[in-house]
Design a protein around this ligand. Sequence first.
Ligand code: KG4
Ligand code: ZN
Length: 330
Amino acid sequence: MARELILGIESSCDDTAAAVVAEDGTVLSSVIVSQAEIHNRYGGVFPELASRAHIDKVIPAIRMAIEDAGIRPADLHSIGVTRGPGLIGSLMVGVDTARGLADGWGLQVRGVNHLRGHLRSADLNERRVAYPAMILLVSGGHTFLARMESPERIEQIGSTRDDSVGEAYDKVARMLGLGYPGGPVIDRLAKTGTPRYPLPRPMLTQGFDFSFSGLKTAVRRLLEAEPDAKPEDVAASFVEACMDVLLAKAGSALRAYPSESLVVVGGVSASPQLRERAEQLCAGLGVRLSLPPLKWSTDNAAMIALASWDYVHAGADVDLAPVSTLSIER
Ligand code: KG4
Ligand code: ZN
């Protein structure tokens, strides 16, 4: 019998992506068209330009994903498309395209929660997550901790009260004149510097909520007070402060809710510093660390297709309406 396959489509922010994924999580193809070059000069995502670029790229990305997978549309079980959270104009492009294709091809189409996609990214191509799991999701739009009993049963236990950690990386990169996205370049710079500046560790010992806006402001004040500060030392101090907070909170969460694995997902999970510190934490606690392959840490459509399979298994009647905000709990 032919394999059951889902076409995933992702356009919630500044990446246009399409992928074909089998029911067991095997990725047959994954195409990601980045818009970083377009947004770089603005130091962040310019929403209207993002929507326009999605319109240009979405069909070619889908065509390529289907070709790379070596299949025909008739081989698909269904389509899963990100419906939120994200930039509404960008989401509309993906959802509208998916709806049109599904109609033309006679397939079902499901709206997928982008955060559920990130959650499932750690199981792409290989099962890595053991349940119950503690999730640390760190992206450009979100930062939270959640308890996951199964892919369907998720409870958020804490989240950021202001900026996400990825947003803080991007804003600090902008202050240092490093362009967008800030994460990879801050990481690279931080490795060559010394964390000599005493930056705050916001809300370090207060529950499972986070706050990164004060840390970002502290970096701004530091740069005003010491214009000659070496960028690599500022970056190293900033990254260390972020890591201290993220790992301390993840550690308390694992102690409060005994878990088989810690699942670190979202764009910032591409950070080598975060991967290393999470490895140390998990080794100390005897917990498995579940990370997505590096290429699927940041936004992609393979994770959306895999999450769409969860919706199929749950028999969920999932809404297709694009929404800018959506909780991990749905
Ligand atoms: O998950 P993602 O691709 O998009 C959202 O859903 O938000 O995450 C994007 C965020 C950006 O803030 C970017 O700077 C950050 O992930 N990022 C990184 C790295 N690569 C991307 N942060 C730290 N280290 C990285 N290597
Ligand atoms: Zn994302």
